[in-house]
Ligand binder design. Sequence first.
Ligand code: FMN
Length: 234
Amino acid sequence: MKDTIQSTDIQSQIIVAFNFRHACKIFDADAKIPEDQFATILEAARLSPTSFGHEPFKILMIQSQEKRELFRDFAWGANGMMSGTTGQLGTASHFGILLAQTSALQTAGSDYLQNFYRHVKQLPEDIIELFNGAYGKFQASDHHVTTDREITDWSGKQAYIVLANMMTAGALMGIDSCPIEGFEMDKTIATLEEHFGIDPSLYKPAAMFAFGYRAGAPMFDKSRRTMEDTVAWF
Ligand SMILES: Cc1cc2nc3c(=O)[nH]c(=O)nc-3n(C[C@H](O)[C@H](O)[C@H](O)COP(=O)(O)O)c2cc1C
């Protein structure tokens, strides 16, 4: 496509946004993201692509500080232990957890998927049969995704696409974010079950995330491998 003023403008906006985004450790606790802007971030999440279109994730928003504190002891990537602050848990305007669906929901032929194909995708029965066959083959022999762990991890991969899109959408609006994997899995699962009613046989945490506005300059300069090192062309 020919370079137009408009596309050059969008290209530069994209690169500015990707340089703006950094893993924000401390947010300005008084700065709240306007509701409509966070709604746009959630819409970017909802519209994200997923393998087979299965949307095998759920987003849990945790806005009450009391509830956030339930994770403080073991969410070491969000509790400020490295910055001597209350961390993303204490300062983010919006904090949440992306949950990944387990094998109970995402095994080919599951009741959940039949309902999903019928009621969300509105597929006719013969196409549902095709989906069951194709997804069954994908799990059994194409990608060897058959155990509960493998299927939950596959759901988690889709959740990470969602997370990336949320962060990019935020960055384009000048909103900061942090993806968070720094938490103890077993304690997080137990907390989600006890305090949020999340059934671990259906959902496991994939990643946490925080959104808000940076309290100060990023702690680290952005560093990346070179393009030559990152991409191989054939
Ligand atoms: C999946 C994932 C999990 C991460 N977990 C944490 C975390 O728990 N706490 C944190 O402060 N940063 C976390 N990070 C941020 C990374 O350390 C950061 O993205 C990386 O060092 C590159 O820096 P930049 O994002 O500022 O460019 C995570 C990033 C990703 C993608």
